[in-house]
Design a protein around this ligand. Sequence first.
Ligand code: AP5
Length: 233
Amino acid sequence: MVPILLLGVPGAGKGTQAKRLVLRYNIPHLSTGDMFREMANSGSPLGVQVLADMRAGNLVSDATVCELVALRLQREDCRQGYILDGFPRTLAQAQWLQGFWASSLPLGGNPIVIYLTVGYNDLYRRLLGRRSCSQCGRIYNEFTQPPRQAGLCDLDQTPLVQRKDDDPAVIRERLSAYEEQTLPLVEFFRKQARLLEVSGTEPVDRVSEKIFATIENAGRENASRANAKGEPA
Ligand code: AP5
């Protein structure tokens, strides 16, 4: 597998789809949001700063993010591919990642960037209705994907929790950070012909099918280009 990057506005469904990609391709899911939530709970000085950034809907500094991702990507389990969810989010992070890929991936190992699109009207409903299991991380939605038993995870019956940044005022800040700092990455990756756009507005299963098909087509194209040049796919 080549690296898979999920790009999209908060609430587009990146986390939901990343969990399904893990099951299908058996590669690790690297969510910088999850890493920061863990760090924020640690109470360390850096954790306190990260918590303040997240509660305000701001992005964490590029230096902190890139250092964290660099450490994670060095782990053995990333050798056979990985899913990036929520990273990169600024041009500086994207350029850092480009450099990392250039030095670490074999020729022909073209990463795949899936740009998940959703209309802004759906986003508040998705973010305000989101609940997740504090035990297994499964994501639900009170409006669109409710659990079988109200407030409890279907898999382990753990009470569901709401993220502190899924609050109307913080959501507004997150969306404006996205527009100003992350949206330009769509053009950045489009120019490199890596960007594959998938509509995230259909039901979750249908979106997953489209993502799998897009990734598997791109994988076949990568392989045939590499074969034509006599390079490893
Ligand atoms: P992060 O945790 O990455 O949050 P985000 O990008 O704001 O994205 P979300 O997790 O809100 O949305 P999602 O696209 O994963 O949607 P989901 O699948 O959950 O980041 C949090 C914070 O950490 C940032 O604000 C920042 O402070 C910091 N941070 C993280 N990375 C950083 C970085 N690289 N640089 C700097 N700072 C960083 O789905 C949402 C809801 O919709 C769910 O309820 C789900 O059930 C529902 N849903 C999903 N798909 C569908 C569908 N097809 N139909 C109907 N409902 C659906």
